[in-house]
Write a protein that binds this ligand. Sequence first.
Ligand code: ZN
Length: 153
Amino acid sequence: MNPNAYCPVCGEKVFYYQSRYGGRVFFDDLGWPWPKHPCTDNGRQTLKSPPVVRGPIVIKDRSGKTLDIYDLDDLQDAADQYIFTFQNLRTRARLDLALTKKAMKKGGLSIEDFWDTPSFLLRKDDEKPNAFRVEFISCRQRKVVRIRMRQSR
Ligand SMILES: [Zn+2]
């Protein structure tokens, strides 16, 4: 995830996102509804990757709100659920969230969808205590996935 990328076509500031297997997307803003930057959506151009940002980074959306971006650090199979260990890219803090296998099946998600995703946007759920809203881009499914996960400990 590069929050300071520029569109290689029009030069506008965009958010750049690359999956582990090379899938690339440019966004006008981060978070729902994840508006895609239109220039790079036609697939005809060969795009150069913007430089990768290293170290702790602060990512803000267009309204200036700081977003908590995580990557997936570990994944455990725990009977009827999976425990995902996410790590905050800015603070390096770890967070364990659980997702039942039933919910995963219902959402058509596989473990590979999670491992293929370089960054996750996590937000505390306002409606449910100890729950988080998790958003990420599934390159395999070519869509943005939105799920709710329960805090595990
Ligand atoms: Zn553009």
